[in-house]
Design a binder for this molecule. Structure first.
Ligand code: GLU
Length: 280
């Protein structure tokens, strides 16, 4: 079986132990399967991405003993591809411009008749305020959303998961998308694509067959599988792994510089020490 996976860090801070675990696990799984491990730099958000972080990421990964197949891919080199894919989807009539700011959505979903405010894997569940707006009326500063009512057909896709917490086959239902996500954002204001839209296109165009990443992104797979299906792209197999937590049990975040790989390196740790610390 073909096995192509990837590690896709955002160059917005240092790699920490959680990233090291994710990268090493995906790398080891690819090598064991005789497959490919690719490296992608998720620099979609140009306001937060820095070349210095990218250099440090590459350096830390090499130090860990990780090698990747093919060139490093950067999302910022593919903005035109995302725009083109969005145009193609819009031509099918299911994309609309949305001018709602976060506070508008909060106000709409916390209005008394709508009940309590709700969050899904993509944040606040969008109530569809701008759905009536035609794509042709989009303005600079608008986000672009997919109208689920137009996109959800009678037949819906599913995906396979092999990670420890959710192993099995998962149906992507219209019900889940409508009640837990709302119309997905395809592009944020001033950006070529949203995170979900970009990764789905990136994975497909680099032939990724297996997505291996942290459990915090498990629910995002419902949105991403749906977008793949909507775009007619091949499905991938998912493996969401456990998260590396700090001593208080909180998952590590970019700001946890104390657990940055660079810090451990400076303190004299070896790559083998890092493997041991993350339980590999
Ligand atoms: N770039 C994303 C992150 O740093 C990961 C994307 C993915 O694995 O789908 O969280």
């Amino acid at each position: 079986m073909t096995f192509v996976t990837r590690f896709a860090p955002s160059p917005t801070g240092p790699l920490h132990l959680g990233h090291a675990y994710s990268a090493l696990l995906a790398h080891d799984m690819a090598r064991k399967a005789g497959g490919q491990f690719r490296l992608r730099i998720d620099d979609l958000d140009q306001s937060r991405s820095r070349p210095e972080w990218e250099s440090q990421i590459l350096d830390d990964l090499s130090w860990l003993g990780i090698t990747w197949n093919g060139p490093v891919r950067r999302q910022s080199d593919h903005f035109d591809d995302y725009r083109q894919a969005l145009e193609n989807l819009a031509a099918k009539g299911a994309v609309y411009p949305c001018r709602c700011k976060r506070r508008d959505i909060e106000a709409a979903v916390s209005a008394p008749q709508e009940g309590v405010r709700q969050y899904g894997p993509d944040g606040l569940i969008y109530p569809g305020t701008c759905r009536h707006r035609p794509y042709a009326d989009r303005q600079p500063g608008d986000a672009l959303r997919l109208n689920l009512d137009k996109a959800c057909g009678r037949q819906m896709p599913a995906f396979d998961e092999t990670g420890p917490a959710h192993a099995g086959r998962h149906e992507v239902t219209a019900e889940f998308l409508k009640t837990r996500v709302g119309d997905p954002v395809l592009a944020r204001p001033g950006m070529a694509a949203s995170y979900h839209f970009a990764v789905v296109l990136d994975d497909a165009s680099t032939g990724v067959t297996h997505v291996i990443r942290g459990e915090d992104l498990f629910e995002a797979s419902y949105i991403q599988r749906f977008l793949q299906w909507e775009l007619g792209l091949p499905s991938v197999q998912y493996h969401h792994h456990r998260l590396i937590r700090d001593d208080a049990g909180k998952r590590l975040a970019k700001r946890d510089d104390a657990r940055a790989i660079a810090k451990y390196r400076a303190d004299g740790a070896t790559p083998q020490d890092i493997r041991q610390m993350v339980g590999l």
